[in-house]
Ligand binder design. Structure first.
Ligand code: FRU
Length: 497
């Protein structure tokens, strides 16, 4: 970040220039993480959708690579997935050099293989570890007969008990997830549909079916469906809900899912902020827990955010745990263990005051903000205070800044960006976001990752995460602790990696 580019993230993935949205084709191979993503190589707005490409060995420092697949007039390259075809089941590589296989959505234009407007699933492969890509000559590999304008977002996972790949896709405007199977990645057979539960919203996008261990469940496994919806998310506009249940090789059945039309708080949300969307897991990532990369954006205003020459960033890589929580299963998000070493070194910003009592008003914590990102461990003990928390990227007097706080009367964790810099670029840039969180022994633990134009708040003891972008003034670099309506204890430290 520089005064000329004040909102450039220090520890999050962006393109050097131009627009990005969804992460695509996330895959780990031989020590390298590959992130492909929806990218406009020619402008700082959505269009010319292509797959950009960046690589990393630590999930924090990314090296931009040449555009992997570029849009043409005939075909834009929408979201999709990559798997390593280790056995060369597709026959597109050799036994000695098996291919990386991408399934992506062809969004056809003039002169495409299908009429303009139609979407279908296509395949591309790489024989050089993701550097260059060739489109399969039989594309598209999967149409929705007779044709469909909103059939997209394939994500592929290996289904061990059946010995086949399962692909999830959506018919976005019908709010349906469609499941298919294949043994060669080329031919796909319909398995089942998943629909009619949870928040319906406008579009259903970027689904993923994951098998996960239940934490403390003695080997018990469940299946989880991640689903992005837009609009209709919990924080307005784009958001991610999920379902937990079982998959028998054919049908995914959700347990305890909210009914359509129920209050949004009945559904399960991966994140309660406004800027976490289209997250999907890194295929083959080591470590046993799903590692997700998500887009830190919201279709309500993503095209209006005041950054240049880039627009759009990825959230910090997260790992998911599946817990039993109040009678149902729930996902807890945290920063991916594989990212935390590099993050701990890169995110600077030591704070000086560690423990303090604030009794109304705000107290500076001091510290160094030259790295323009901070990873903080916070413990709030609200006591009798009506509200307590931190002001991040604050002016010296606390009048401007981003507020992360706990409100006692409602039992909620709240992120308020309404006085945190530039926000007038869109009337849909919502002011604050919140979720109910339990206190434990009267305390709330938070892990906060602050970057130049984003905040990610994790709760290590609950299943709430809140991710928001914001666009603070360059000179607002203070960190304050505050309370209202009573005294509170605030303990802050730079998080240990
Ligand atoms: C989600 C999405 C996908 C689509 C892509 C287009 O953000 O709308 O459904 O494939 O973005 O860029």
């Amino acid at each position: 970040p520089s005064a000329q580019d004040p909102w450039r993230p220090a520890v999050h993935l962006t393109a050097e220039r131009n627009w990005i949205n969804d992460p695509n084709g996330l895959v780990y191979e031989n020590g390298t993480y590959h992130a492909f993503y929806q990218h406009n190589p020619h402008g700082n707005f959505w269009g010319n959708m292509s797959w950009g490409h960046s690589t990393s060995t630590d999930l924090i420092h990314w090296t931009q690579q040449p555009v992997a697949m570029e849009a043409s007039e005939a075909e834009e390259i929408f979201s999709g997935a990559i798997v390593l075809d280790k056995e060369n089941a597709s026959g597109l590589g050799t036994a000695g050099n098996p291919p990386m296989v991408a399934l992506y959505t062809s969004a056809y234009g003039k002169g495409g293989a299908r009429p303009a407007g139609v979407q279908a699933q296509s395949l591309a492969y790489s024989l050089d570890h993701g550097k260059t890509w060739q489109k399969y000559k039989g594309n598209p590999v999967l149409d929705l007969a007779p044709s469909n304008n909103n059939f997209r977002d394939p994500k592929v996972t290996w289904y061990e008990p059946g010995g086949y790949w399962v692909m999830t896709t959506v018919v976005a405007d019908a709010q349906v997830v469609k499941l298919f199977k294949s043994t060669d990645l080329l031919h796909w057979d319909h398995l089942s549909d998943f629909s009619g539960v949870g928040a319906q919203g406008g579009l259903w996008e970027v689904p993923e079916l994951l098998q996960m261990d239940v934490a403390g469940g003695n080997g018990l496994k469940k299946w989880v469906m991640l689903l992005s919806i837009n609009p209709g998310g919990i924080a307005g506009g784009s958001g991610m809900q999920y379902f937990v249940g079982d998959f028998d090789g054919r049908t995914f059945t959700a347990e305890n899912a909210a009914k359509p039309g129920a209050p949004l708080t009945d559904s399960q949300w991966l994140d309660y902020g406004a800027d976490y969307y289209a997250a999907n897991s890194i295929s083959g990532a080591p470590g046993g827990k799903p590692v997700l990369l998500g887009w830190m954006g919201n279709w309500d205003y993503a095209q209006d955010v005041p950054t240049t020459p880039w627009r759009g960033a990825m959230a910090v890589p997260r790992e998911l745990e599946l817990l039993r929580d109040g009678g149902r299963y729930a996902l807890r998000s945290g920063i991916a263990a594989a990212a935390s070493g590099a993050l701990g070194e890169a995110a600077g910003g030591e704070v000086r005051r560690r423990n303090l009592t604030v009794d109304g008003g705000a107290e500076p914590l001091g510290g160094d903000f030259t790295a323009r990102s901070q990873l903080l461990d916070v413990e709030l003990e609200p006591g009798e205070a009506a509200e307590t928390g931190l002001v991040l990227r604050s002016s010296a007097d606390g009048s401007s800044g981003l507020r992360v706080s706990y409100e006692r009367a409602t039992g909620t964790l709240k992120v308020d960006r309404s006085r945190a810099g530039t926000g007038n670029f869109s009337r849909l840039f919502s002011p604050y976001h919140q979720a109910k969180v339990p206190l434990r022994d009267g305390k709330l633990r938070l892990r906060i990752l602050l970057d130049s134009s984003s905040v990610e708040v994790f709760t290590p003891d609950s299943t709430v995460a809140i991710t928001d972008t914001f666009f603070p003034a360059w000179d607002d670099t203070e960190t304050l602790a505050f309370s209202r309506g009573g005294a509170a204890e605030v303990r802050v430290s730079s998080a240990a990696p």
